[in-house]
Design a protein around this ligand. Structure first.
Ligand SMILES: Cc1cc2nc3c(=O)[nH]c(=O)nc-3n(C[C@H](O)[C@H](O)[C@H](O)COP(=O)(O)OP(=O)(O)OC[C@H]3O[C@@H](n4cnc5c(N)ncnc54)[C@H](O)[C@@H]3O)c2cc1C
Length: 247
């Protein structure tokens, strides 16, 4: 992205999506099998991997069911994620088996890209914490949300630009920007840490332990899961078959 000179007002961009690109991976079901079999068959196990698919499926399922977790750690996936800052605040609470690098608001001028939920986002919370549901908002509520957010974002970004134009450092001026601003980061994990994340940050009919994640982090989780399932179909199937609890 090129920086427009500070005296030219930038047009804000309002988005309702998140994007997740798998930029690098070394991850396959064979990594799990290799790690598990080395304990009994040593290096010979490499030759065994493709010999008997049913046995491989059974072994992965057994590891998942009995929560032998470490064989699921010998793989790596790096995702490039673009989402609002409030999603990243939740995301970075996941400390174990994750590495993060996020764009800097100190070293570059932040771009005016902001989150505004689309019509599919349920707006109204009913029930009590831990046992609530979200239901559709009315058209009026959607209009209020869109107008209030856009107005507030424009005002905040104008204040940011005014300070930059006056020579104030980016790290000071950014204080006025809201958590609906988009950021981007690389997040690297392995299948075990991803499963732990997915167990908490997605809702799924097969989940043995239900969770109630915020929809926007769930959108990120769903996109990561789609890509992981393609890389490790047996592991993904075993995760679902065993109630989506990380081993
Ligand atoms: C629906 C939902 C609502 C939430 N609401 C809030 C909220 O209101 N306020 C809030 O602050 N957070 C909230 N969180 C965040 C939550 O408390 C966790 O910080 C987050 O889900 C990361 O989970 P984790 O600690 O298991 O993951 P990780 O940090 O990745 O840890 C993975 C596992 O490692 C072990 N572990 C890691 N660190 C330690 C440690 N220091 N000591 C012992 N064992 C450790 C635990 O077994 C842990 O499950 C919420 C999360 C969800 C899913």
């Amino acid at each position: 992205m090129t920086d427009t000179p500070a005296d030219t007002p930038k047009k804000p961009d309002f988005r309702s999506d998140v994007t997740v690109d798998l930029v690098r991976s070394a991850a396959g079901d064979s990594d799990v099998l290799w790690a598990a079999r080395v304990s009994t068959a040593g290096e010979q196990s490499l030759e065994e991997l493709t010999k008997d698919p049913e046995r491989s499926r059974g072994l992965i399922n057994y590891l998942m069911r009995d929560r032998h977790g470490s064989p699921f750690e010998h793989n790596s996936m790096t995702f490039f994620i673009s989402a609002p800052i409030f999603v990243f605040r939740e995301f970075m609470r996941h400390r174990v088996g994750w590495s993060y690098n996020e764009e800097s608001g100190r070293y570059r001028e932040l771009q005016p890209v902001f989150y505004v939920p689309d019509a599919s986002r349920k707006l109204v919370q009913q029930g009590r914490p831990g046992k609530y549901v979200f239901v559709e908002g009315t058209e009026d509520q959607h209009r209020t949300v869109t107008e209030a957010m856009e107005e507030s974002y424009v005002q905040a970004y104008e204040a940011y630009q005014r300070m930059l134009a006056d020579g104030v450092a980016r790290e000071v001026a950014r204080s006025v920007l809201p958590v609906g601003l988009y950021s981007s980061m690389y997040a690297t994990c392995n299948a075990r840490s991803l499963m732990h994340f997915l167990g908490l940050r997605t809702q799924h009919e097969l989940a043995k332990v239900p969770s109630f994640p915020q929809r926007e982090i769930e959108m990120v989780g769903e996109k990561m899961e789609e890509q992981w399932a393609r890389l490790m179909p047996l592991t993904h199937a075993a995760f679902n078959a065993n109630g989506r609890v990380a081993p």
